[in-house]
Design a protein around this ligand. Structure first.
Ligand SMILES: Nc1ncnc2c1ncn2[C@@H]1O[C@H](COP(=O)(O)OP(=O)(O)O)[C@@H](O)[C@H]1O
Ligand SMILES: [Mg+2]
Length: 205
């Protein structure tokens, strides 16, 4: 089964951690079970609390290896690995073991430059526009930079994950039991397009 996703990329602040949690939350809304695996040693692990998915601490290579092995024996679970920036070697290892690799990037020339390098280094990975503007004017400008700088990579880009300020709620230690509809919709949409790429059926509950 294809159930291991990793969110990597060489640049920090592109939205890896947010997308990891948004994706897992989206899976939860679709009635699917998932784990969000922390690998960034500069972040603290989060508890499950009222989340619809389980955060897991995979910061040591030993633990990470065990988590990945364990996932193979749990076919009904999806695993999402949150990478950390500036770790090309770790990114290469995660790329090798994953079924789907996502490279988030924001609407900035700096992010786009980095993601182009990452897309070249990881030929099976997909770019995913992150914190994408919702304002029509800014969106047009962002689309224009994609046309100018990412034209050759267009077939490898997923639909954008829009900027939703409530996404930060998922990164807090206590997640409220009910989250804003806007956030839920973005998370569900993200989960659906990932399932499509993995060729997994949606198990809406
Ligand atoms: N879709 C989004 N909408 C609004 N803010 C976002 C979104 N994605 C990320 N952010 C914010 O951007 C910052 C960096 O995101 P983060 O997920 O921590 O990136 P990374 O893990 O790549 O370093 C955080 O403050 C986060 O809350
Ligand atoms: Mg992070």
């Amino acid at each position: 089964m294809k159930r291991l996703i990793c969110i990597i990329g060489n640049k920090g602040g592109t939205g890896k951690t947010s997308i990891t949690h948004m994706l897992c939350h989206g899976f939860g809304l679709l009635g699917m079970r998932s784990i969000a695996v922390l690998t960034d040693t500069s972040r603290e692990p989060l508890a499950r609390g009222d989340r619809r998915y389980t955060p897991i601490d995979g910061r040591s290579p030993d633990k990470l290896e065990k988590i990945i092995a364990k996932l193979e024996s749990m076919p009904e679970w999806l695993g999402v690995i949150d990478g950390g920036g500036n770790r090309p070697e770790m990114d290469s290892q995660l790329y090798e073991v994953s079924d789907l690799v996502l490279l988030p990037f924001r609407d900035s020339h700096e992010d786009i430059r980095t993601v182009r390098n990452d897309l070249d280094a990881f030929p099976e990975a997909y770019g995913i526009p992150s914190q994408w503007p919702t304002n029509a004017w800014q969106q047009m400008t962002a689309e224009r930079s994609l046309d100018e700088l990412m034209q050759d990579y267009r077939p490898r880009l997923l639909d954008p994950v829009y900027a939703v300020s409530a996404s930060k709620l998922l990164l807090e230690s206590q997640v409220p039991p009910s989250l804003p509809t806007m956030l839920n919709n973005v998370c569900r949409g993200l989960a659906r397009q990932v399932l499509e790429r993995l060729e997994l059926p949606e198990e809406e509950s």
